[in-house]
Ligand binder design. Structure first.
Ligand SMILES: C[S@@+](CC[C@H](N)C(=O)[O-])C[C@H]1O[C@@H](n2cnc3c(N)ncnc32)[C@H](O)[C@@H]1O
Length: 384
């Protein structure tokens, strides 16, 4: 892989807005920095290999307030480069980007497709799209910016040679596959509700399916309609929770929530499960598991010098038991990394996960978000 500086041929200072947002440890939120007032701080961010938050709370928070949730970042340069390399855009290609954001990646795509190609980019937020259009106009990059829901693709521009999403998805939208020519490529951060997503590269096939592999971890925001959420238990729910304990060690719990260890596999085995880790004090850590669909919740309380640790679970699913089983499966299968997984998306939208090879006996179907309530992964073929 080439150094990212050689891949990124357009400087991002022409695209990053003058108002950006940075982590504020005091408020545990995001505070605004204005270029006019803090040029050196703004410039340091733009020149660093870091993502830059350009909108919080879907634009509802003003510069004087504290933002809670980043909703439109300009992605980290080295990650942008890795995704462009995976996309393999050629001169003359027709490319669809989902998530225009600042317009920077769209400009990079426009440079690659050249005069004979075409870049269309969809952004759900009209104010964000407007900023991108203005920046692209100033730099002279020819990009068609559409305001809309990118999970539907953009049919007037079909067929595309390449689709790239710069917002992550839990389900690969069928429209993306239908709107890409057979043999075309889709690159997106893809994953489950459990932790980071994987850089996923799919190739579309004649029969309307797509097949591809997972790769390195990415921390992208989800497309708006697929955002993750957590359960906030009431006093009554906490009081009614089933209580047990776990002998798992701190190392094992760490591995459960780390992408480079078991987290990606656990997400594939335990659908619709979101985790949070909170250091409540210097000697108490809570790992919580949430399924908002079934209002199921679990907490492991890691209290220094109090091993084995207390486990509380309520709701129709026993989320801790499911995660513990999935960790055992991951260990039993030789601790596979995300790179060993692949995905086949069938023409009807079914997501089939496989380990190492599409014909592997280690494969199963991911339940869709509209699937009925379940207590375990829906295993299709699995010799475990
Ligand atoms: C990581 S940012 C994009 C970064 C951008 N490519 C750049 O170069 O600055 C993700 C963007 O996706 C947008 N987004 C979220 N859900 C979307 C959807 N369903 N359709 C289109 N855009 C969406 C967000 O508003 C946000 O601007």
């Amino acid at each position: 892989m080439r150094d990212w500086r050689d891949v990124l041929t357009v400087p991002r200072d022409a695209f990053v807005p003058s108002l950006v947002w940075v982590d504020d440890p005091r408020s545990d939120g995001f505070v605004a920095i204005a270029r006019e007032k803090s040029e050196s701080e703004w410039r340091a961010l733009v020149d660093s290999d870091v993502p830059i938050v350009t909108q919080v709370d879907d634009g509802a928070t003003t510069a004087e307030q504290v933002g809670l949730r980043p909703t439109s970042p300009c992605s980290q340069p080295s990650i942008v480069a890795a995704m462009l390399e995976a996309l393999d855009v050629r001169p003359g290609h027709r490319v669809l980007e989902i998530g225009t954001g600042t317009g920077w990646n769209a400009a990079l795509l426009a440079e690659r497709v050249g005069e004979r190609g075409k870049v269309t980019s969809i952004e759900i937020d009209p104010a964000v799209a407007d900023h991108a259009c203005q920046a692209l106009g100033r730099t002279g990059h020819r990009v068609q910016v559409i305001v809309g829901d990118g999970t539907l693709g953009y049919s007037p521009g079909t067929p595309y040679d390449r689709i790239i999403s710069t917002a992550s998805v839990a389900r690969i939208p069928r429209m993306w596959i239908q709107q890409t020519r057979p043999g075309g490529v889709i690159v997106t951060p893809w994953g489950t509700d459990f932790g980071d997503d994987a850089l996923t590269r799919l190739t579309t096939r004649d029969d309307g399916s797509a097949v591809g592999r997972c790769g390195r971890n990415l921390t992208f925001m989800r497309v708006r309609s697929q955002r993750r959420d957590f359960v906030d238990p009431s006093e009554e729910e906490l009081a009614s929770a089933h209580v047990s304990s776990t002998e798992r060690t701190a190392r094992e719990l760490f591995e459960m929530v780390e992408f480079t260890h078991a987290a990606f596999t656990i997400g594939l085995r335990v659908p619709h499960c979101y985790y949070t880790v909170e250091d409540v004090s210097t000697n108490r850590r809570h790992i919580e598991l949430h399924d908002v669909r079934t209002r199921s919740w679990a907490r492991v309380t890691m209290l220094r010098d109090h091993h084995p640790w207390r486990v509380q679970q309520f709701g129709p699913r026993r989320l801790w038991d499911e995660v513990d089983d999935a960790y055992r499966w991951w260990e039993g299968k030789g601790r596979p990394a995300a790179e060993r997984y692949g995905i086949t998306v069938e023409p009807d939208g079914t997501h089939k996960i496989w380990l190492d090879d599409p014909a592997s006996p280690q494969q199963w179907v991911l339940p869709s978000s509209s699937a009925p309530r379940h207590t375990a992964p829906m295993i299709q073929r699995d010799d475990s």
